[in-house]
Design a protein around this ligand. Sequence first.
Ligand code: GLA
Length: 352
Amino acid sequence: MSGPSRPRPADDAHHGCAARATALHADAFGTPHACLGCASGRVNLIGDHIDYAGGPVLPMALQERTWVAIGSARGGIDLFVSEWRDDVASSPTIGSDASGWQRYAAGVLAELRALAYAIPPVTIAVASDVPVGAGLSSSAALEVAVARAALELIGAAMPARELALLCQRAEHLHAGTPCGIMDQWCVTHAQPGEAILLDCAALASVPVALPRGLAVDIIDSGVRHALRDGGYAARRADVEDAARLLGIARLAELPEARWHEIDGLPPRIARRARHVVRECARVRAAVEALAADDLARFGGLLLESHASLRDDFDVSTPEVDALVERFGGEGALGARMTGGGFGGCVIVARRA
Ligand code: GLA
C-alpha cells in the first residue's frame, strides 16, 4: 500500500467503497439505505504514544475511507453488517450483540443517544478501504463514519471537536481501549491528504503544508495487533505513573530543565518517560524541518522516533523493525513505525 503525501483528486475507489456499502446494505437488510456517512483513516507522520501525555502530534488524513450506509431498522434493535473478513467468512453476520468491530459502531450510537440525539434503531452496513488493525486508524474512521451517518439520518449536525470527543469516549467506554485523541481529532478535522499539527493538551490543530519534494509511502507489515490486548493500556499507565511520580499532570509538560529527573524513576517507567519527552521535542523539530524544507533532518527524526518506540517504548515488532531497516536506509530519507504499534504499518519518507 502506498500513501501519497498530498491530496489527489477523489478517485473511483472511494465511490466504489460507497457503492459497496450501499450494495451490502441492500443485500443484508433487504431495504435501501437512507443515507451515507464516511471518514478517512489517518497515518501519523511523527509523534506516537504522546497524545495521551498531552504532547504535539503530526498526523495526516488518508485518501482511503470507511463508508457507512444507514437506514431505520424495522425491529427494535440495531443491526450491523460489514464486508470485513470476519463477516464474509460465512454469509455476512448480522447481529445485535455488539462484539468485535460492532462495539465501535454500537458505542457511537450509545453515546449519541446518551446526549439525547433521537437516533432510531438502525441498520448499518460498513465498507472500508482503510486496512484494519494496521495502525491507520480504522477504528476512528469507523466511529466517525457511523456518527456522521447517524446524525445525517436524523438531520442533525455536531461540531468537529464534539464529534471527535464523542468518538473517543465511545472507544473508551464501549471498545475498552484507553486511546488518546489523535485519531478521532485527525479524522474529524483534516481533509484527505492533509497533515495537521495537533496540540493534544490544548485540543487545537493547524494544517501543516508538506514540501513538494517530499513523498511518504506506507508499507503494511501484515502483522496485526490488538491494542486492546493490554499492551496499549499498559504503556499509557506507565506514562501516567511517570507524570505522577514527577508531580505533574501530563508528562509532555515536563520542561527540558527537569528531564534529568527521569533518571531517578524506576527503569521501565524511565524508558517510557524518556520516549515521551524526546518524541514531543522531535515533533516540534519535524515541523520546523518541514517548514525549512530540510528533508534530510525530517527523515533523521523519523529514524530516531522509530528507535525510541522500539527500544524505550517496546511497541515495535521484528517484522516492523526489518521493514524500517530495509526501506529507511539508503535511497530514503527515513522510516518509522506509525500508530499504536504491535505490528501494522511503517512510513517511509523519500524525495519525490
Ligand atoms: C492509537 C491511539 C492513539 C495514539 C496512537 C499512538 O492509534 O488510538 O490515540 O495513542 O495509538 O500514537
